[in-house]
Write a protein that binds this ligand. Structure first.
Ligand SMILES: [Zn+2]
Length: 310
């Protein structure tokens, strides 16, 4: 089997880096993660700054500043513009992203401009929480984007900072569809038809997102792959890719593994950590995808999308 380069749209690097950072370590990525990324073929990653819903703007800014400082010190290549994406990339390149913007309770334009200026290029307005901008999966199902959230989406459109709908509740998803003038993506979500959990997408959502030219990153979190433990595998995750490709076209399928390895140590299944990423590639071949299609899912679709929209 050919080893493929992977673009991972969602990695909780802020959690992993933050843990070591608070313990006094610096230059953390090369010491703890680089070799594991190389083994898994993860050539492009996302350094997500994650906020669960109760963080202030100051806490958000501190985390983003720490992530920026650490990834810049790591020697990885930063992706800020379309020109920064190199198909022949060696070593690791990274994109800074935001997961949850609960700290923004006023002046969304200024705050989003700051996040952008710090290097963030993808962002979700919410995690599972309900905040001043939007409503996540655990929030009121009747509540979607707020007026402040619509302003945030418009500002992101203006900057070409990509909107991520992975944690949005359904109402927020449809409000973003109505508000965003640019395609948006679900960085780490699977198909609800194969695993019925709130974090996965309905067929209707998948069709709507694809009709606008968006991408869906396949999420390796076990409980979003299948309810049964014995089907929480890389092979079954590849079935989500197959399902979505059959529904809307392979050009909308990507990787957004959200590996548990960033916050836990044990390897309980075969797609838990970056060094296991090629197990998913093997699963794609077993699902009958051609070499070109596997390349597209592994990194080609994200490269095309970012070159067009960054
Ligand atoms: Zn997430």
């Amino acid at each position: 089997m050919k080893k493929h380069k992977i673009f991972d749209l969602h990695a909780d690097l802020a959690i992993a880096l933050g843990r070591s950072y608070r313990a006094g370590e610096r230059n953390i990525f090369p010491a703890h993660w680089h070799a594991r990324f190389e083994e898994g073929g993860i050539t492009y990653t996302s350094a997500a700054s994650f906020f669960k819903g109760d963080e202030s703007w100051k806490q958000m800014a501190d985390t983003v500043t720490m992530v920026k400082e650490e990834v810049e010190a790591s020697g990885m290549k930063k992706i800020l513009t379309a020109e920064d994406i190199d198909e022949n990339q060696t070593g690791t390149a990274y994109l800074m992203t935001i997961e949850g913007m609960c700290g923004i309770t006023e002046e969304p334009e200024e705050k989003i401009q700051w996040l952008y200026d710090m290097g963030n290029r993808i962002g979700s307005l919410e995690w599972n929480d309900q905040n001043a901008l939007a409503t996540g999966n655990s929030g009121d199902p009747a509540r979607g984007l707020t007026e402040l959230g619509k302003r945030a989406v418009r500002k992101m459109n203006e900057l070409h900072m990509i909107v991520d709908v992975s944690h949005a509740n359904e109402k927020t998803f449809w409000d973003i569809l109505d508000t965003s003038e640019l395609p948006f993506i679900a960085t780490h979500s699977n198909a609800k038809a194969l695993c019925f959990v709130e974090r996965n997408l309905t067929d209707q959502q998948i069709r709507a997102l694809a009709s606008r030219g968006g991408l869906i990153g396949m999420n390796a979190c076990n409980t979003f792959i299948h309810k049964d433990k014995d089907k929480q595998t890389a092979a079954y995750l590849a079935k989500h890719a197959r399902y979505i490709a059959d529904l809307v076209g392979v050009e909308h399928v990507a990787c957004g593994f959200d590996f548990g390895a960033y916050y836990a140590d044990e390897k309980s299944y075969d797609i838990f950590a970056p060094e296991q990423a090629q197990n998913f590639i093997k699963g794609l071949y077993n699902e009958g995808f051609s070499e070109q299609e596997v390349y597209d899912i592994a990194c080609g679709n994200v490269i095309r999308f970012l070159r067009q929209y960054l």
